[in-house]
Design a protein around this ligand. Structure first.
Ligand SMILES: Nc1ncnc2c1ncn2[C@@H]1O[C@H](COP(=O)(O)OP(=O)(O)O)[C@@H](O)[C@H]1O
Ligand SMILES: [Mg+2]
Length: 573
């Protein structure tokens, strides 16, 4: 974790600062108590053992026992509170991340794979959790103990302290080398874990295709290769530790040997007591032991650090659309949606060219065109998921860049191509937009679709599995459509929302919602003839250009592209 990430992480969740300082303080007290032990041993040896004063020895042993009990309570309190702070921290980070993600522009989710974002919320949070649970308290305890032991060594005897730490620069160099290699190994382990996982995932989700083309062996070879690289990266990591630990051991023993060598002469001269030597040896162990603990926990620290970096890369992502826009349009205006010379591109390539049209209140407009013609893009601009690059998209006369995100979400309903249901009951999915204010059964009865739900054992209370698992694609789409209609927004956008419906369901919902759609302004991207013919006007898109905007009869008479589309439809209908 570099310093920048460290301080940012510290500042990210201000409410844990105080508990963190508090628990560090307790850990400091624990360290202080730990340092008392060797002093008591030292005195016991000098004044008890060497002078055969067994009462004194017993007394010191008793004190030692007391410090051990005190240490037990204080140290466990410290571990507990550091752990608690860590867990609280991770919880807050997860909340922040979730809130931030839901505020980001749709654009962001189209650029970044869902899987990767989910990994941020799961595997990265898990590495933070591991660090919070095990790493943080070990590292804090280790650092404090090293610090305390250093001071204690100096307090016992300054000259011997200098001598015993003579070897430290060597240790420092070794540690630096270890860290460099460990970092590299660590990165490649992470890297290859990702590769192994995605190769596994591809092998599993693509299993039908793989078997159908009997491609098992080459897939296996591929997986073996990736798996082998992962193995090598892990071995490198093991080698680093194998190099570092013996080195730690050598420095520890060397430093103890130096101390004993010089201490022996000092004891001879009478300037050092045997007890002091023993205390020194204890403190030196207090110095070296935590180093081992630190190198063990280094992985956890690195892992938490890089997870925090990834967390910050998401938090640094600014939502543009939800921050621009200050006005709410006057909805008395009859001109509900207007495109004025709109040009738009997702990346480099322009996908809408000079598109202009306007839609009046209550109109039902169909958009037709080949795949890739730009139909969904128009829908996304109407939803204010994007702003046009050039030209204006106006809502009731207000440019979409000036309109608040909130207004758009409150007044425009949307049924996307891939319908999505939340876990929970059908009922909850239907009243999603307005949980309190809907008398659902009455509304469904009025629309005439209440009996449709009799197909389910539990009717409207039927649970929808994860991603709508126990409900067919068509049924899911039907529910998603109803959800949008029940939201009763001024503007409603269907993007091929009826593709999975059987004709009967589609007719029943469209007939049923006719009355509702009559007062809503509806934009329907459709490919079914009947839906299209019934629309008041039809927009014909071709290669990102609007090439016709009229009713069915007129288009059929004058528009070549529409004629082609129409003859193709007639073949399938
Ligand atoms: N998120 C996106 N990023 C980049 N290009 C996109 C994106 N979505 C659509 N496109 C491109 O924009 C063009 C129009 O797409 P779209 O509006 O989805 O067409 P339609 O809905 O008519 O099939 C296509 O060439 C498509 O490849
Ligand atoms: Mg589309």
């Amino acid at each position: 974790m570099n310093d920048n990430t460290f301080f940012r992480s510290y500042k990210l969740v201000p409410e844990v600062k105080r508990p963190f300082l508090y628990s560090s303080l307790i850990a400091m007290v624990a360290t202080l108590i730990r340092m008392v032990g060797p002093q008591l041993i030292s005195r016991g040896i000098d004044n008890g053992v060497l002078k055969a004063d067994y009462n004194y020895l017993l007394e010191q042993s008793f004190y030692y026992f007391i410090t051990l009990i005190a240490l037990y309570f204080v140290a466990s309190k410290a571990l507990l509170s550091i752990g608690l702070v860590g867990e609280l921290y991770v919880k807050r980070v997860r909340e922040k991340l979730f809130r931030h993600l839901s505020s980001l522009d749709i654009n962001y989710f189209e650029k970044n794979k869902t899987g990767v974002l989910v990994a941020r919320m799961t595997s990265d949070m898990q590495s933070l959790n591991e660090f919070a649970r095990e790493g943080a308290s070990s590292i804090i305890t280790a650092l404090l103990t090293i610090f305390g032991a250093t001071i204690a060594v100096f307090l016992v005897d300054v000259r011997l302290a200098f001598l015993s730490f003579l070897i430290l620069p060597l240790l420092g160099i070794a540690t630096k080398i270890f860290r460099n290699y460990a970092d590299k190994a660590y990165w490649s382990v992470r890297e290859w874990i990702g590769q192994v996982l995605s190769s596994l995932q591809e092998g599993i989700s693509g299993v039908r295709i793989i078997q159908a083309y009997s491609d098992e062996t080459s897939q296996l070879d591929n997986f073996k290769k990736v798996n082998n690289e992962h193995f090598k990266a892990n071995m490198q990591s093991a080698k680093n530790i194998a190099f570092y630990f013996p080195f730690l051991e050598i420095t520890r023993v060397t430093s103890i040997a130096i101390v004993i060598w010089f201490a022996a002469q000092r004891i001879n001269q009478g300037t050092l007591s045997v007890g002091e030597l023993v205390a020194l040896l204890f403190y030196l162990n207090y110095f070296f032991d935590p180093l081992i603990m630190l190198s063990f926990n280094y992985d956890l620290l690195r892992s938490a650090g890089s997870s925090m970096k990834k967390v910050f890369s998401i938090l640094d992502e600014e939502p543009v659309l939800s921050n621009t826009g200050i006005t709410t349009p006057d909805m008395e205006n009859n001109n509900v949606i207007e495109f004025n010379k709109v040009n738009f591109s997702y990346g480099r390539e322009r996908v809408l060219h000079d598109v202009s049209f306007s839609i009046n209140k209550g109109e039902t407009i169909a958009i037709v065109g080949e795949t890739g013609a730009g139909k969904s893009t128009i829908a996304k601009l109407i939803l204010r998921f994007y702003l046009p690059n050039e030209g204006d998209v106006n809502f009731y006369g207000e440019p979409s860049k000036d309109v608040t995100q909130k207004w758009a979400r409150k007044n425009i309903a949307y049924v996307p191509q891939e319908s999505f249901l939340f876990r929970g009951s059908i009922k909850n999915n239907l009243i999603y937009s307005n949980p309190e204010g809907i008398d659902l059964e009455k509304e469904l009865l009025e629309i005439g679709v209440l009996d449709w739900f009799e197909r389910y054992e539990n009717g409207l209370d039927q649970e929808v599995g994860e991603r709508g698992a126990n409900i067919s694609a068509g049924e899911r789409q039907f529910i998603a459509l109803l959800r949008a209609v029940l939201a009763k927004r001024e503007i409603i956008v269907f993007d091929e929302a009826t593709a999975n419906l059987d004709i009967e369901s589609e007719n029943s919902i469209l007939d049923a919602t006719d009355t509702l759609l009559a007062y809503q302004t509806s934009i329907i991207i459709a490919h079914r003839l009947e839906t299209i013919i019934n629309a008041e006007k039809i927009m014909v898109m071709h290669n990102g250009k609007l090439v016709g905007f009229d009713n069915h009869e007129n288009l059929l008479r004058n528009n070549e592209i529409y004629q082609d589309l129409f003859s193709a439809w007639k073949l399938v209908n």
